[in-house]
Design a protein around this ligand. Structure first.
Ligand code: ATP
Ligand code: MG
Ligand code: FE
Length: 337
């Protein structure tokens, strides 16, 4: 069964063709990073205009690369939330038109479920499982009891991990999104600053990154005022060590509290090399019987292939949307259709 999937929740216009939720026939991602960089973040109006310009080309290219036509498809999956309303609407409209014109079922997909399903390309899901979902807008521990029963058991109380990377990157003059560069710099430095690890020892599964962000920014500004230039590699390494320590510690705590078969690592920040290797180490040490699926590096950021994988699961489950499907900017896991 072939699913045509659309993803336009933020600043990536993406269309994919996926077979049985496990094989990517094509995954076109048109990033708008260049257009937003000079603003230091995503500008919603600019984003939706880009989606309008690119969505048709991406769709044609996805079908051509997969070498399939509309007649071969079993359904059309689309991200309908959470995300920027103006961006979501472009994908939702494209998916609805396609479904209507070609008499195909329309499958509504939650963007965060999509992120989780990027890991489905690495192996089968084994329930119950726990997920550490770290992205530009979310940082959460998700207890996945079954295919359709997800519960957030821990989450950030302020900034998301990716957001913190982007904000401290800005202070170091790194273009948005900064995560990848900071990750690379971190590999060249050492944790010499010992920034705070917020809530690390607290008996809950929540996170907080705004204190770390402030500590980082103050350190850099104070040094600037003294006319001192700090080593950017050590700054990056110190910041990353603090983030990774907290994420790993809380994930291990979640696994102590919830017996599961598997751990999933997904979301844009799941591309972080420090986090990936730390979790591999900790899982072997503390939870050797729990398997781990880390989303493939290329599928950590926003893409339609992950929506196709989640969409296929929803399709099999019988989830269908009518043609009045609307964008839901604040969509939660529990709200289905
Ligand atoms: P959400 O999915 O929560 O709606 P989003 O879609 O904007 O937000 P993603 O595309 O999943 O977020 O992830 C983008 C974020 O990942 C950015 O903040 C970026 O800096 C961060 N990121 C990307 N690569 C890395 C990396 N190697 N290390 C740390 N952060 C990274
Ligand atoms: Mg993005
Ligand atoms: Fe995302």
């Amino acid at each position: 069964n072939l699913i045509l999937a659309f993803e336009t929740s933020c600043d990536e216009t993406s269309v994919a063709v996926v077979e049985n939720g496990t094989k990517i026939l094509s995954n076109i991602v048109a990033t708008q990073i260049d257009s937003h960089q000079r603003f230091g973040g995503v500008v919603p109006e600019v984003a939706s205009r880009h989606h309008i310009e690119w969505i048709t080309r991406c769709t044609d290219q996805a079908l051509a690369e997969a070498n399939v036509s509309y007649d071969d498809l079993a359904g059309v999956a689309v991200t309908y939330g959470p995300g920027l309303v103006g961006s979501l609407l472009i994908g939702v409209t494209a998916a609805k038109s396609t479904a209507w014109a070609h008499h195909l079922p329309l499958i509504p997909v939650n963007h965060m479920t999509g992120h989780l399903y990027a890991a489905r390309y690495v192996g089968e899901f084994k329930y119950p499982q726990m997920a550490l979902l770290v992205s530009g807008g979310h940082t959460e521990l998700v207890y996945m009891k079954s295919e359709h029963e997800f519960e957030i058991v821990g989450e950030t109380r302020d900034d998301a991990a990716g957001e913190a990377y982007d904000k401290i990157g800005r202070v170091l003059g790194v273009n948005y999104p900064a995560g990848k560069t900071i990750d690379e710099w971190a590999a060249k430095g050492k944790d010499t600053f010992h920034f705070p690890r917020a809530m690390e020892k607290e008996d809950n599964l929540d996170f907080s990154f705004s204190g770390l962000k402030s500590a980082f920014i103050n350190t850099v500004h104070n040094a600037e005022q003294r006319g001192e230039k700090l080593n950017k590699y050590d700054l990056a390494a110190s910041f990353q060590q603090s983030v990774v320590d907290v994420l790993a510690e809380k994930t291990m705590r979640a696994l102590d509290q919830y017996p599961v078969k598997q751990l999933i690592l997904a979301g844009g920040v799941a591309a972080n090399h420090g986090l990936r290797s730390r979790l591999e180490h900790d899982m072997q040490k503390y939870h050797p019987d729990v398997t781990m699926l880390q989303a493939p590096l290329k599928l950590c950021g926003d893409n339609a292939a992950m929506i196709g994988a989640a969409g296929y699961m929803d399709y099999e489950h019988g989830d269908r949307a009518k043609l009045d499907l609307n964008a839901e900017p604040g969509l939660m896991y529990s709200e289905k259709n």
